[in-house]
Design a protein around this ligand. Sequence first.
Ligand code: TEU
Length: 599
Amino acid sequence: TASKAWWKEAAVYQTHASFLQASFCDHADSGHGTLRGMLSRIPYFKQLGIDIIWLSPIYRSPQADMGYDISDYRAVDPRYGTMQDWENVRDAIHEQGMKLVMDLVVNHTSDQQHEWFKESRSSRTNPKRDWYIWRPPRYSAAGERLPPNNWSPTFGSKSAWEWDEATQEYYLHLFLKEQPDLNWENPEVRKEIWAMMHWWLEKGVDGFRMDVINFIAKSPGLPDAPKVFPDKEYQPFGRLSINRPEVHHYLKEMHREVLQVALTSGVGETPGDGPVFEYAPYSIPSNKELQMVFHFHHQSFDRKGGGLGRTWNPDWKLVDFKSLLNNWQVKMEEAGGWNSNYIENHDQPRIVSRLTSDHPLDRAKCAKLISMLHTTLTGTLFIFQGEEIGMVNLPREWGEEEYKDVETVQHIAEERENRQRTAGEEDPNMIDLLEGMRMTARDNGRTPMQWDATENAGFSKGTPWMRVHDDYQEWNVAKQMADGSSVWAFWKKMLSLRKEYQALIYGTFHPLDESNENIYVYTRHDPCLSQTLLIVLNLARGPQGRGEPTSWDSKKWNVDLRGARLLMTNRDVALGAQDQGNGDVMELEPWEGRIYLLS
Ligand code: TEU
């Protein structure tokens, strides 16, 4: 079992721009969320059972990528309010005994509006030139100007290099061209970043969620990436900028200079598809780097070709989802590292729609089932806004124009271009593409928070920056808080169950029956507490256990259900006494989950 720490027990709630509520006079019709709106919601977190709030970027930004393109690290974007508003939010969070984690986006800054980049691009001899990654062009045999290497950025399939006409060099951007990468090799850059972190810590921030922190170090010499897509000109940079050895030097320095001094929490967002042993070191305490990392592997379960591509695989298998997750659950503990346990965030579609069923008849039960899964996994728990009320993906009927995310917009444009090139088979409506977006686009997690049944779900009196989901009159916070059998009420129970049975936090995760295609079964065992919990989740449309009990009876799992106590279920029909845990065979309703205390 893992060593104890308050931040392992914490439940973190992530708020994105579409959470902040615009409900006060001066912002009433902005259509964007505001910090003042958020202020009114602080008691809400407490009521749900939250310990830490993570605020997605609210810094000054031209908003090319929803605030992940920052133009001033020490200012609040006027669309969200003022620094005073932020301070009020901070104080209200602290008054309720909760903590505040801010997004730290330091792989890149914004382009036109960030002072550092403005200087850097102003001339080749500017003292800040080397704060970003500038390189001269290459030339083809025919004399054609080419980017310095063949990398493609995370978004889109063009070059990761942008040509600067004025200074006749390219700069590197692993995301949008509006997000130039900082040069972490330069000690002045690091020093400025540590100073900026201290500035926020002095303002009372309790920790940082660090955006793509495993991308900051680039391979020396910036060589070409291997050709994984033979038909494409530009290739994913992959290991040439992910989990480089140098990143650990930088994070050790950050720990020494900032985190250790302030005893703050460091949460790394670490995309990529490398093995667990590449990710564990970030969070192994003796390495003195971060406390935990978000890995992305389980998010690839329903994508064609793995990874986080935008091509949906409708034939995904539960066994694949289980094995991706189990691998991290087991190996991270073995390695002595610590996970950030999330299944939804602002970059992912809604899990009810992906993993279960968002049909109105199944939805509430499925959202409760998801809550049983999410709260019983190892790692610090990260809940994304709306997960607690079972929000789902964009409606099928919505057209292309409702998708606002720059990644989606770019993807659709590129795809349209490709299809036009391969004329003849073009589908003018691109129906399949939109169906794919409906299952994979980041927009799915970004529709405004559904507070109540009033206009625009109580999010804003103006026109919301993104269309509110059509289902808000049925599915909203106010309705669910008033109903003891709602998804919200269930989440609240699960959050307190997790605090009550600490095997759910510190206990070892043992997967069972891994080849079962319908159910997800595991135990959490804490020998110090002599506590073992059994979690059985029927992630299938059909009932389990009737007719062919031998295919998955509990003997096979080597757990003794005699004397077990049922702690939680999302069943529709109450369990009879005989089902409380005497038998060897359980009959599960469709989408039913159960949690037993075995000892
Ligand atoms: O995301 C990192 C990241 O790799 C994602 O872009 C992910 O691969 C993609 O969304 C596929 O789903 C972080 C932020 O969370 C994201 O919102 C930003 O766009 C990105 O970094 C750039 O800052």
